[in-house]
Design a protein. Structure first.
Length: 537
């Protein structure tokens, strides 16, 4: 390159040699950059256990520690109600359990029989969750892993066509129920711990339940079967013939003990069960349901709920403990569940009168149903899963294995795909291609001189040609001056042709020197080629 610049004469061969020379540092950089530290996705399979919603209160009867069970559940329940709004909107609860959205509230859900196997994408925001407490799952404890699995679970749905001010008796007296919703011809005696709805002036034996200082919950007895011998409860009908359970929920908007001067509210609702399959994706402990569809497994009809199981003792204990939480128990205490109905963002503000909360009887029926069913579902999960909600499900654990604890905790198992990133040496493809190309060119360039050397008979020499030609008798050229730089002489002679060869081709013994190949010089200055078998001095 320097010679071409000095001579101010560029040629293809010279440029090619310069390009080959420039490839050497490029290849050196490629060899350094060809390897890098990258990430590789490693996928494994695992099994997770999770809490089944098909649990009962049977162990509450068989254990002497039912009060401690209740207190634990109450603590979890109230903590979920008083959690900040961002946690209520989060796909996980306070203990990183996965919350299940309501399929019926997902945009695009139709509920048609043809779409029972259709997956519905859960939106990123404005999600209606069935419960404020999620489903505890084992194995979600690594911050580096991504897990994908499905959960078969269920939740309750409420439809409350009537929400108004007034008591349950006022609602019954008005006769405002659709005639095809209730069966009024049953007179079965209710369980001993429940009461028949006794209104002033008339008794409704077709409704039974409990009342507390600030709330009450009654149900129609159209799904009560025959009485079990030797048991204070009653037997429930089989799931296939269980009609829809109807509820009357009443309370006072002051969220304190009943006040005669405060206007009571009452809601008439029907409760059903939705069985769903939820596809869950976890990034470490951050989990969320990505898709949801109706469960493809066989289940009882939606009219049957877990309140209808275990000889109906589930309903007995459920409303007993639930109303115990809802009720203030004292005129000096407020009811957070009642406050949640009117002001779910922070029910404690409604309890203490720090915000102007509406009377629940004035709330839109669909919104009231959504909030009330969240209270019911949250209490169900807190009460059946009190051992695992805060501490998590231990893999392979059955729970409640003490003889005094009654039935074991029911868990389900799901298969999960776990994936995590590991550090690995990665090949950088652009630099690899560069290194291969440069190495190939340089190898060829190194082989060419060797091949030329094998094909050449003349000895090699190393000097500038202009220096060799200075005052040479074998080179015919104008006098260029003795004081010129070699580069200047080369520039002046750049169009002259020379050869290193035999300058005495007519002699018996040749003589090698650099001579002129000018077409004008046909005499002694003619330089012959070096021959293999000729002698030279």
């Amino acid at each position: 390159m320097l010679a071409q610049v000095s001579l101010r004469s560029m040629s293809a061969i010279g440029c090619s040699l310069a390009a080959v020379w420039a490839l050497s540092p490029v290849g050196g950089q490629a060899s350094l950059r060809i390897m890098s530290i990258g990430k590789m996705l490693v996928t494994t399979s695992a099994s997770f256990d999770y809490l089944s919603t098909n649990n009962s209160y049977g162990e509450w009867l068989s254990s002497s520690g039912a009060s401690s069970f209740k207190n634990t559940a109450i603590g979890l329940y109230l903590a979920s109600l008083t959690a900040p709004q961002r946690m209520k909107d989060s796909p996980t609860d306070l203990w990183d359990n996965v919350k299940i959205p309501m399929l019926e509230d997902i945009p695009g859900w139709t509920g048609s029989a043809d779409a029972t196997d259709t997956w519905y994408e859960v939106p990123q925001e404005n999600v209606s969750y069935s419960s404020l407490i999620g489903i505890p799952v084992s194995g979600i404890d690594s911050i580096a892993e991504t897990a994908t699995f499905s959960l078969e679970t269920s939740y309750w749905r409420l439809e409350c066509p009537i929400v108004q001010r007034g008591s349950a008796c006022d609602m019954l007296e008005e006769g405002s129920f659709p005639t095809n919703h209730l069966s009024l011809n049953y007179t079965t005696v209710s369980p001993a711990s429940l009461n028949i709805l006794n209104c002033s002036g008339f008794v409704r034996e077709d409704w039974y339940g409990m009342w507390k200082l600030s709330s009450s919950l009654y149900t129609n007895n159209s799904n009560i079967g025959v009485k079990r011998s030797g048991h204070t409860g009653v037997g429930c009908e089989s799931p296939s013939t269980t009609p829809v359970r109807h509820l009357l929920y009443s309370g006072w908007p002051t969220y304190f003990a009943a006040d005669a001067d405060d206007e009571q509210f009452t809601a008439y609702c029907t409760i059903t069960t939705s069985w769903v399959e939820a596809e869950v994706n976890c990034q470490g402990r951050e989990c969320a349901v990505q898709r949801l569809r109706h469960s493809q497994l066989p289940h009882p009809p939606p009219s049957w709920t877990y309140l209808d199981g275990s000889q109906c003792i589930n309903y007995d204990y459920f409303i007993g403990w639930f109303l115990g939480v809802v009720d203030a128990s004292s005129s000096a205490q407020g009811s957070l569940p009642q406050g949640y109905l009117a002001y779910p963002g922070d029910p404690s503000l409604a309890v203490h009168g720090l915000v102007t909360a509406p009377n629940p009887g004035d709330i839109n029926p669909s919104l009231f149903a959504q909030r009330l069913v969240q209270l019911l579902n949250t209490w169900w999960v807190a009460s059946i899963g009190r051992e695992v909600v805060s501490s998590g499900v231990k893999m392979g654990s059955v729970g409640r294995d003490s003889p005094s604890s009654g039935e074991p905790l029911r868990l389900l198992t799901t298969n999960s795909i776990l994936s995590h990133q590991v550090d690995t040496i990665a090949c950088m493809d652009p630099w690899f291609i560069t290194l291969v190309a440069v190495s190939a060119v340089l190898i060829v360039a190194s082989v060419v001189p060797l091949a030329l050397r094998l094909c050449t008979h003349a000895p090699a020499f190393s000097l500038l040609v202009s220096t060799m030609l200075k005052d040479s008798p074998y080179f015919e050229a104008p006098n260029t001056g003795s004081t010129l730089e070699s580069s200047d002489r080369s520039r002046l002679l750049r169009h002259r042709r020379v050869r290193f060869g035999d300058v005495a081709p007519g002699d018996d013994i040749g003589y090698l020197a650099v001579g002129s190949l000018s077409d004008e010089d046909e005499s002694d200055g003619k330089v012959g080629r070096v021959e293999r078998n000729r002698l030279y001095r």
